[in-house]
Design a binder for this molecule. Structure first.
Ligand code: PMP
Ligand code: GLN
Length: 455
C-alpha cells in the first residue's frame, strides 16, 4: 500500500490522519499554556544552522564553518580504526562516566606539565562531548539566576545563549581595533581591551569571565600582560574564568599561547577547556575536556552525569592514543601540533593575498584558522539588498553565496545584540582547507575583482 502510493512513511500517515478527520492531532500543539520553557526565549536562531544549510544548498566554495577538509593525521585515524576494529570489544561499550581511563590519564600527564600542576586524572579532568558540552557544563554548573558573566566581543557565539540559559546576564566588553600604521595591514594583535573599561565590568554580581585565546573569530592571541591584567581582576573580585583554549596549538609568528590557569591565583578559579576536534583535525569525533580544581569540576560532573553521561568510548580511546603519540614527539619537528601550525600559517598567508586581490582588507590572525576581513569596498558591487532587521554582513554573505559561490560567516554573529550593527562591515573566513579549496576561493575573488575593474 505504502509502496504503491509512492509516499514516504511520514507523508503516508499524515494523509491518513487528515483523511480520517484527525484534526485534533494538529490542534494538539495548541495548548492553553506556554509550551516553550522561558529560558529558551530569543535563543532559537543559530548562525551555524543557517549558514551550514546555505553552504549545502548552493554549489559554493565553503570557507564558512570551521572544520578541516584536510585529512586528520594518520596516527589518529589509525587509532580510531583500531579502537572500533581491534580486539578490545569493550571499546564498544560504556566507559567511565567522567572520562575513559586511558584518556583522562594521558590528559592529566600532558596538561599537568603545561599547567605546572600535578593533575589527578580522576578529579582534575572531565571528558565531554566536544568543547560545546564542556562550556555548557561550566555555565549550568556555576552560573546562577542573576549572575553576570563577562564576554569579550567578538566572542564564540554560543557563550551568550549558554549564559542566558543558565539564568545569567551577559555583560559585554569589546576588543577595540587600533589603527594600523599607514599602508600596513591590521593584525589581530591591534585589537585590545581598554583596561579601565574591562575593570568597570567587574561588579558584585560578576560570577565569571569567558576568555578565548586564541580567539574565534578574530584570531587574537592574548599577550601575557593582557592575561595578567584579566587574572588580577578575577582574583581581586573573586571571579571564575572559563578559559576556552580549543585553538591552543594554532599560534603563529612565534607567538606564545599562555594558559591563564598557570598564572598566580588562577588555578583555583579557572576551568580550562580543550577540543580534540581542533587538536587533531577531527571535529566530527566530538571529544572535548575540562581541566580544573576538584572543587569546580565536581559541579560540572553533576551536570555531565545527568546530561550526556559520557562521550563515545572508541573516540576517547583514539584521542588517548593520539595524545600519547604527541607526548612522545612533543616539541619535535615531526610533532603534529608543530606541523599543523606551520601548515596553517602558510595557508593564512595565502588567504591574506587572495582577500587583498579580491579587494578586501584582511585582519591578520595571530592564531586559530579564522580570518576576519573588511569587505566595505565590495559593497558597491552588490545590488541594493532589501533593508531588514538582519545585519548587513549576513545579507551580503547570502548574496555572495548565491551569486559568487563563496561561503563566509557574518562577524555580527559574534557580537551581542546591541553591537551587531557596528561590526557588520566584517566577515570571517576559515582557512583550514585543502590547497584546491583555497585556490578555488582565490579564483572567485580575483574574477570578482576583474569584473569590477575590467582587465
Ligand atoms: N569554542 C570555540 C572557540 C570554538 O570555535 C568551538 C567550535 N569548534 C567550540 C568551542 C566547540 O568545540 P567542539 O567542536 O569541540 O564542540
Ligand atoms: N567552531 C566552529 C566555527 O567557529 C564550528 C562551530 C559550529 O559548527 N557550531 O566555525
Amino acid at each position: 500500500m505504502l509502496r504503491r502510493s509512492g509516499l514516504s512513511l511520514g507523508q503516508y500517515f499524515l494523509r491518513r490522519k487528515n483523511r480520517a478527520g484527525f484534526s485534533w492531532y494538529l490542534n494538539k500543539t495548541k495548548m492553553s499554556r506556554p509550551i516553550q520553557a522561558r529560558r529558551l526565549e530569543g535563543l532559537d536562531k543559530n548562525v551555524w544552522v543557517e549558514f551550514v544549510k546555505l553552504a549545502a544548498t548552493y554549489p559554493a566554495v565553503n570557507l564558512g564553518q570551521g572544520f578541516p577538509d584536510l585529512p586528520p593525521p594518520d596516527f589518529a585515524k589509525e587509532a580510531f580504526v583500531k579502537a572500533v576494529g581491534g580486539e578490545n570489544i569493550m571499546l564498544h561499550q560504556y566507559t567511565r562516566v567522567f572520562g575513559h581511563p586511558a584518556l583522562v590519564t594521558i590528559l592529566a600527564r600532558f596538561f599537568g606539565k603545561l599547567l605546572g600542576q600535578e593533575l589527578d586524572p580522576l578529579t582534575n579532568v572531565l571528558v565531554t562531548v566536544g568543547a560545546y558540552e564542556a562550556l555548557f557544563c561550566c555555565f549550568q554548573a556555576l552560573v546562577d539566576e542573576g549572575d553576570e558573566v563577562i564576554l569579550i566581543e567578538p566572542y564564540f557565539d554560543c557563550y551568550e545563549p549558554m549564559a542566558k540559559m543558565a539564568g545569567g546576564t551577559p555583560v559585554f566588553v569589546q576588543l577595540r581595533p587600533k589603527a594600523a600604521g599607514a599602508g600596513k595591514l591590521m593584525s589581530s594583535g591591534d585589537w585590545q581591551l581598554d583596561p579601565a573599561e574591562l575593570a568597570s565590568r567587574f561588579t558584585k554580581r560578576t560570577k565569571a569571565i569567558v576568555l578565548n585565546s586564541p580567539n574565534n573569530p578574530l584570531g587574537k592571541v592574548f599577550r601575557r600582560e593582557e592575561m595578567e591584567f584579566i587574572a588580577d581582576l578575577c582574583v581581586k573580585h573573586d571571579v571564575l574564568c572559563f578559559s576556552d583554549e580549543v585553538y591552543e596549538w594554532l599560534v603563529y609568528d612565534g607567538k606564545e599561547h599562555i594558559r591563564i590557569a598557570s598564572l598566580p591565583g588562577m588555578w583555583d578559579r579557572t576551568i580550562t577547556i580543550g577540543s580534540a576536534g581542533k587538536t587533531f583535525s577531527t571535529t566530527g569525533w566530538k571529544v572535548g575536556w575540562t581541566l580544573g580544581p576538584d572543587h569546580l569540576l565536581k559541579h560540572l560532573r553533576t551536570v555531565h552525569q545527568n546530561a550526556v553521561y559520557h562521550c563515545p568510548t572508541a573516540a576517547q580511546e583514539a584521542v588517548a592514543q593520539a595524545f600519547q603519540r604527541e607526548l612522545d614527539h612533543y616539541g619535535k619537528p615531526d610533532s603534529y601540533f608543530v606541523q599543523l601550525a606551520q601548515e596553517m600559517q602558510q595557508k593564512r598567508d595565502w588567504l591574506v593575498q587572495s582577500l587583498i586581490a579580491g579587494g578586501m582588507k584582511p585582519i591578520i590572525p595571530e592564531g586559530t584558522y579564522f580570518m576576519m576581513a573588511d569587505y566595505s569596498e565590495l559593497k558597491s558591487e552588490v545590488p541594493d539588498l532589501p533593508d531588514s532587521e538582519e545585519p548587513y554582513d549576513s545579507r551580503f554573505i547570502k548574496w555572495m553565496i548565491k551569486n559568487k559561490g563563496l561561503v563566509a560567516i557574518p562577524v555580527s554573529a559574534f557580537y551581542g545584540t546591541p553591537h551587531k550593527r557596528n561590526f557588520d562591515h566584517l566577515i570571517r573566513f576559515c582557512f583550514v582547507k585543502e590547497e584546491a579549496t583555497l585556490k578555488a576561493a582565490d579564483d572567485i575573488l580575483r574574477r570578482w575583482r576583474l569584473e569590477k575593474t575590467g582587465p
